[in-house]
Design a protein around this ligand. Structure first.
Ligand code: A3P
Length: 288
Protein backbone atom coordinates (compact mmCIF):
# COMPACT_ATOMS: atom_id res chain seq x y z
CA UNK A 1 0.00 0.00 0.00
CA UNK A 2 1.24 3.51 -0.84
CA UNK A 3 2.49 5.56 2.11
CA UNK A 4 -0.17 7.82 3.56
CA UNK A 5 2.11 10.17 5.45
CA UNK A 6 3.18 12.24 2.46
CA UNK A 7 3.08 16.01 2.90
CA UNK A 8 1.78 18.74 0.65
CA UNK A 9 3.66 21.99 1.16
CA UNK A 10 1.61 25.10 0.56
CA UNK A 11 2.73 28.63 1.40
CA UNK A 12 5.63 27.13 3.40
CA UNK A 13 3.30 25.06 5.60
CA UNK A 14 3.11 21.25 5.52
CA UNK A 15 -0.31 19.68 5.18
CA UNK A 16 -1.11 15.96 5.19
CA UNK A 17 -0.97 15.02 1.51
CA UNK A 18 -3.47 12.22 2.04
CA UNK A 19 -6.30 14.73 2.46
CA UNK A 20 -4.93 17.90 0.84
CA UNK A 21 -3.85 18.77 -2.67
CA UNK A 22 -2.60 22.04 -4.16
CA UNK A 23 -6.02 22.31 -5.81
CA UNK A 24 -7.95 21.75 -2.60
CA UNK A 25 -5.81 24.28 -0.73
CA UNK A 26 -6.26 26.81 -3.52
CA UNK A 27 -9.99 26.12 -3.51
CA UNK A 28 -10.06 27.24 0.15
CA UNK A 29 -8.01 30.34 -0.58
CA UNK A 30 -10.47 31.49 -3.21
CA UNK A 31 -13.59 30.27 -1.45
CA UNK A 32 -16.73 32.36 -1.86
CA UNK A 33 -18.07 32.70 1.65
CA UNK A 34 -21.75 33.43 2.03
CA UNK A 35 -23.09 35.67 4.78
CA UNK A 36 -25.05 32.81 6.32
CA UNK A 37 -22.01 30.51 6.58
CA UNK A 38 -20.62 29.51 9.96
CA UNK A 39 -16.87 28.94 9.91
CA UNK A 40 -15.14 26.98 12.68
CA UNK A 41 -11.44 27.83 12.70
CA UNK A 42 -8.96 25.97 14.88
CA UNK A 43 -5.43 24.73 15.15
CA UNK A 44 -5.61 20.89 15.26
CA UNK A 45 -6.42 19.28 18.61
CA UNK A 46 -8.01 22.40 20.04
CA UNK A 47 -11.61 21.22 20.20
CA UNK A 48 -12.56 21.26 16.51
CA UNK A 49 -14.77 18.16 16.61
CA UNK A 50 -16.41 19.37 19.80
CA UNK A 51 -17.29 22.70 18.17
CA UNK A 52 -18.55 20.93 15.03
CA UNK A 53 -20.90 18.98 17.30
CA UNK A 54 -22.00 22.05 19.24
CA UNK A 55 -22.74 24.09 16.12
CA UNK A 56 -24.61 21.17 14.53
CA UNK A 57 -26.72 20.79 17.66
CA UNK A 58 -27.38 24.52 17.95
CA UNK A 59 -28.44 24.76 14.30
CA UNK A 60 -30.75 21.78 14.86
CA UNK A 61 -32.13 23.13 18.13
CA UNK A 62 -30.80 20.23 20.17
CA UNK A 63 -32.14 17.51 17.87
CA UNK A 64 -29.28 14.94 17.63
CA UNK A 65 -30.61 13.25 14.45
CA UNK A 66 -28.00 14.82 12.17
CA UNK A 67 -25.17 14.42 14.70
CA UNK A 68 -25.96 10.73 14.98
CA UNK A 69 -26.38 9.92 11.32
CA UNK A 70 -23.92 12.08 9.37
CA UNK A 71 -20.17 12.13 10.05
CA UNK A 72 -18.75 15.43 11.28
CA UNK A 73 -16.54 15.83 8.21
CA UNK A 74 -19.61 15.64 5.96
CA UNK A 75 -21.82 18.07 7.90
CA UNK A 76 -19.01 20.53 8.73
CA UNK A 77 -16.43 19.87 5.98
CA UNK A 78 -12.88 21.13 6.13
CA UNK A 79 -12.67 23.77 3.44
CA UNK A 80 -9.13 22.88 2.48
CA UNK A 81 -9.52 19.10 2.22
CA UNK A 82 -9.85 17.42 -1.13
CA UNK A 83 -13.47 16.29 -0.77
CA UNK A 84 -14.97 19.59 0.37
CA UNK A 85 -15.92 21.03 -3.03
CA UNK A 86 -18.09 17.95 -3.71
CA UNK A 87 -19.70 18.01 -0.27
CA UNK A 88 -20.38 21.73 -0.43
CA UNK A 89 -21.93 21.53 -3.89
CA UNK A 90 -24.45 19.10 -2.43
CA UNK A 91 -25.15 21.26 0.65
CA UNK A 92 -28.22 23.44 0.65
CA UNK A 93 -29.01 26.29 3.01
CA UNK A 94 -26.84 27.20 5.97
CA UNK A 95 -23.35 25.75 5.77
CA UNK A 96 -21.02 24.84 8.60
CA UNK A 97 -17.42 24.99 7.41
CA UNK A 98 -14.30 23.97 9.26
CA UNK A 99 -10.75 25.09 8.67
CA UNK A 100 -7.31 24.55 10.14
CA UNK A 101 -5.80 27.16 7.81
CA UNK A 102 -3.98 30.10 9.37
CA UNK A 103 -5.78 33.42 9.10
CA UNK A 104 -3.39 34.95 6.59
CA UNK A 105 -4.29 32.29 4.00
CA UNK A 106 -8.02 32.98 4.31
CA UNK A 107 -7.79 36.75 4.87
CA UNK A 108 -8.61 37.75 1.34
CA UNK A 109 -11.47 35.23 0.94
CA UNK A 110 -12.98 36.42 4.22
CA UNK A 111 -12.52 40.12 3.51
CA UNK A 112 -15.87 41.88 3.57
CA UNK A 113 -17.72 38.66 4.37
CA UNK A 114 -20.37 38.58 7.06
CA UNK A 115 -19.90 34.84 7.60
CA UNK A 116 -19.85 34.00 11.29
CA UNK A 117 -16.45 32.81 12.44
CA UNK A 118 -15.89 30.85 15.65
CA UNK A 119 -12.26 30.51 16.64
CA UNK A 120 -11.46 27.91 19.28
CA UNK A 121 -8.07 27.95 21.02
CA UNK A 122 -6.70 25.53 23.60
CA UNK A 123 -3.72 25.81 25.90
CA UNK A 124 -0.79 24.72 23.75
CA UNK A 125 0.74 22.30 26.24
CA UNK A 126 -2.39 20.17 26.04
CA UNK A 127 -2.51 20.72 22.26
CA UNK A 128 1.07 19.43 21.92
CA UNK A 129 0.34 16.27 23.95
CA UNK A 130 -2.94 15.61 22.15
CA UNK A 131 -1.26 16.19 18.77
CA UNK A 132 1.60 13.84 19.67
CA UNK A 133 -0.85 11.04 20.45
CA UNK A 134 -2.83 11.84 17.31
CA UNK A 135 0.34 11.40 15.24
CA UNK A 136 0.60 7.87 16.59
CA UNK A 137 -2.86 6.82 15.47
CA UNK A 138 -3.42 8.96 12.34
CA UNK A 139 -1.47 7.21 9.63
CA UNK A 140 -1.57 10.27 7.35
CA UNK A 141 0.74 12.07 9.78
CA UNK A 142 4.40 11.17 10.21
CA UNK A 143 4.98 8.55 12.91
CA UNK A 144 6.48 10.49 15.82
CA UNK A 145 9.61 9.41 17.65
CA UNK A 146 9.92 10.66 21.21
CA UNK A 147 7.70 13.36 22.70
CA UNK A 148 10.88 15.39 23.16
CA UNK A 149 11.50 15.44 19.42
CA UNK A 150 7.85 16.12 18.64
CA UNK A 151 7.78 19.03 21.08
CA UNK A 152 10.79 20.60 19.36
CA UNK A 153 8.99 20.44 16.01
CA UNK A 154 5.81 21.79 17.58
CA UNK A 155 7.64 24.74 19.12
CA UNK A 156 9.46 25.57 15.90
CA UNK A 157 6.25 25.24 13.89
CA UNK A 158 7.46 22.53 11.55
CA UNK A 159 4.58 20.15 12.31
CA UNK A 160 1.60 19.73 9.96
CA UNK A 161 -0.55 22.89 9.74
CA UNK A 162 2.39 25.02 10.88
CA UNK A 163 3.03 27.03 13.99
CA UNK A 164 0.50 27.06 16.81
CA UNK A 165 1.77 30.53 17.74
CA UNK A 166 1.22 31.98 14.27
CA UNK A 167 -2.19 30.36 14.06
CA UNK A 168 -3.50 31.69 17.35
CA UNK A 169 -1.95 35.13 16.99
CA UNK A 170 -3.13 35.42 13.39
CA UNK A 171 -6.76 34.61 14.08
CA UNK A 172 -7.12 36.42 17.39
CA UNK A 173 -5.66 39.64 16.04
CA UNK A 174 -8.69 39.91 13.75
CA UNK A 175 -11.17 41.26 16.31
CA UNK A 176 -12.52 44.40 14.68
CA UNK A 177 -11.33 43.30 11.22
CA UNK A 178 -13.70 40.41 10.67
CA UNK A 179 -17.34 41.41 10.89
CA UNK A 180 -18.57 38.51 12.99
CA UNK A 181 -16.14 36.59 15.10
CA UNK A 182 -16.43 34.74 18.39
CA UNK A 183 -13.32 33.66 20.28
CA UNK A 184 -13.70 30.89 22.78
CA UNK A 185 -11.28 28.55 24.47
CA UNK A 186 -11.45 24.80 24.96
CA UNK A 187 -11.00 25.48 28.67
CA UNK A 188 -13.99 27.85 28.83
CA UNK A 189 -16.10 25.20 27.13
CA UNK A 190 -14.85 22.55 29.50
CA UNK A 191 -15.45 24.60 32.64
CA UNK A 192 -18.83 25.98 31.66
CA UNK A 193 -20.36 24.09 28.78
CA UNK A 194 -23.81 25.54 29.39
CA UNK A 195 -22.57 29.15 29.45
CA UNK A 196 -20.45 28.46 26.36
CA UNK A 197 -23.39 26.88 24.55
CA UNK A 198 -25.53 29.90 25.39
CA UNK A 199 -22.82 32.25 24.11
CA UNK A 200 -22.37 30.27 20.91
CA UNK A 201 -26.08 29.90 20.25
CA UNK A 202 -26.76 33.58 20.74
CA UNK A 203 -23.79 34.45 18.51
CA UNK A 204 -25.34 32.20 15.85
CA UNK A 205 -28.69 33.92 16.42
CA UNK A 206 -30.27 30.59 17.39
CA UNK A 207 -30.63 30.98 21.16
CA UNK A 208 -31.61 27.65 22.70
CA UNK A 209 -34.30 27.30 25.29
CA UNK A 210 -35.38 24.58 27.72
CA UNK A 211 -34.95 21.10 26.30
CA UNK A 212 -33.13 22.37 23.23
CA UNK A 213 -30.33 23.42 25.54
CA UNK A 214 -30.38 20.38 27.83
CA UNK A 215 -30.43 17.99 24.84
CA UNK A 216 -27.55 19.84 23.20
CA UNK A 217 -25.53 19.71 26.40
CA UNK A 218 -26.10 16.01 26.78
CA UNK A 219 -25.15 15.16 23.21
CA UNK A 220 -21.92 17.10 23.16
CA UNK A 221 -20.56 15.80 26.45
CA UNK A 222 -17.27 13.92 26.18
CA UNK A 223 -18.90 10.59 27.04
CA UNK A 224 -21.69 11.00 24.53
CA UNK A 225 -19.28 12.05 21.77
CA UNK A 226 -16.92 9.19 22.62
CA UNK A 227 -19.81 6.79 21.93
CA UNK A 228 -20.97 8.53 18.76
CA UNK A 229 -19.47 6.80 15.71
CA UNK A 230 -20.20 9.93 13.64
CA UNK A 231 -17.59 11.91 15.58
CA UNK A 232 -15.23 9.41 17.21
CA UNK A 233 -13.63 8.42 13.89
CA UNK A 234 -14.06 4.69 14.53
CA UNK A 235 -15.67 4.36 11.07
CA UNK A 236 -12.43 5.39 9.40
CA UNK A 237 -10.44 2.38 8.09
CA UNK A 238 -7.64 1.16 10.34
CA UNK A 239 -5.07 1.94 7.63
CA UNK A 240 -5.95 5.63 8.02
CA UNK A 241 -6.69 5.88 11.74
CA UNK A 242 -5.49 3.01 13.87
CA UNK A 243 -7.57 2.95 17.04
CA UNK A 244 -5.36 0.21 18.48
CA UNK A 245 -2.69 2.95 18.78
CA UNK A 246 -4.96 5.37 20.64
CA UNK A 247 -8.43 6.82 20.56
CA UNK A 248 -9.44 10.04 18.83
CA UNK A 249 -11.61 10.88 21.86
CA UNK A 250 -8.60 10.32 24.08
CA UNK A 251 -8.98 12.02 27.48
CA UNK A 252 -10.75 15.31 26.93
CA UNK A 253 -9.36 17.07 29.98
CA UNK A 254 -7.46 20.20 30.98
CA UNK A 255 -3.87 19.81 32.16
CA UNK A 256 -3.04 16.34 30.84
CA UNK A 257 0.32 17.78 29.73
CA UNK A 258 1.47 17.41 33.37
CA UNK A 259 1.59 13.64 32.80
CA UNK A 260 3.95 13.99 29.84
CA UNK A 261 6.15 17.08 30.12
CA UNK A 262 9.43 16.79 32.02
CA UNK A 263 10.72 19.76 34.05
CA UNK A 264 13.22 20.44 31.29
CA UNK A 265 10.52 20.44 28.62
CA UNK A 266 8.39 22.80 30.74
CA UNK A 267 11.35 25.20 30.95
CA UNK A 268 11.97 25.14 27.20
CA UNK A 269 8.29 25.48 26.40
CA UNK A 270 7.80 28.41 28.78
CA UNK A 271 10.78 30.27 27.32
CA UNK A 272 9.54 29.89 23.75
CA UNK A 273 5.98 30.72 24.81
CA UNK A 274 7.01 33.95 26.59
CA UNK A 275 9.02 35.08 23.59
CA UNK A 276 6.38 34.19 20.99
CA UNK A 277 3.43 35.56 22.95
CA UNK A 278 5.09 38.69 24.37
CA UNK A 279 2.81 41.07 22.45
CA UNK A 280 -0.28 38.90 22.58
CA UNK A 281 -2.84 39.62 25.32
CA UNK A 282 -4.29 36.09 25.28
CA UNK A 283 -4.14 34.06 28.47
CA UNK A 284 -4.83 30.37 28.93
CA UNK A 285 -5.88 28.15 31.76
CA UNK A 286 -3.11 25.54 31.94
CA UNK A 287 -4.55 23.23 34.58
CA UNK A 288 -7.41 22.98 37.01
P1 A3P B 1 -7.31 14.91 23.93
O1 A3P B 1 -6.43 14.24 22.93
O2 A3P B 1 -6.53 15.78 24.88
O3 A3P B 1 -8.21 13.98 24.65
P2 A3P B 1 -9.75 18.19 17.63
O4 A3P B 1 -11.17 17.84 17.43
O5 A3P B 1 -9.44 19.65 17.41
O6 A3P B 1 -8.84 17.27 16.89
O7 A3P B 1 -9.43 18.01 19.19
C1 A3P B 1 -9.41 16.73 19.77
C2 A3P B 1 -9.31 16.91 21.27
O8 A3P B 1 -10.56 17.41 21.79
C3 A3P B 1 -9.04 15.59 21.98
O9 A3P B 1 -8.27 15.94 23.14
C4 A3P B 1 -10.45 15.16 22.34
O10 A3P B 1 -10.52 14.21 23.38
C5 A3P B 1 -11.03 16.49 22.78
N1 A3P B 1 -12.51 16.50 22.79
C6 A3P B 1 -13.35 16.16 21.79
N2 A3P B 1 -14.63 16.26 22.19
C7 A3P B 1 -14.59 16.67 23.49
C8 A3P B 1 -15.61 16.94 24.46
N3 A3P B 1 -16.91 16.77 24.20
N4 A3P B 1 -15.21 17.34 25.70
C9 A3P B 1 -13.90 17.50 25.98
N5 A3P B 1 -12.89 17.26 25.10
C10 A3P B 1 -13.24 16.85 23.86
Amino acid sequence: MARLDVTETFHHISFPGHIHTQDSLNYALHFQFQDRDTVIATYPKSGTTWMQEIVTLVKNRGDPQLSKTVPNWARAPWLEQHYSAKVLEATQGHRILTTHLPYNLLASALQGSKAKVIYVARNPKDVAVSYYHFHKMAKFLPEPNSFDEFLDSFLEGSVSYGSWFDHVKGWTSQAGVLANVLYISYEEMWLDLQGSMERISSFLQCPLVGEELTNSLRHCSFSSMSDNAMVNYTQIPKEIMDHSKGKFMRKGIIGDWRNTFTEKQIGIFDTVYSYQMKDCPLTFMWEL
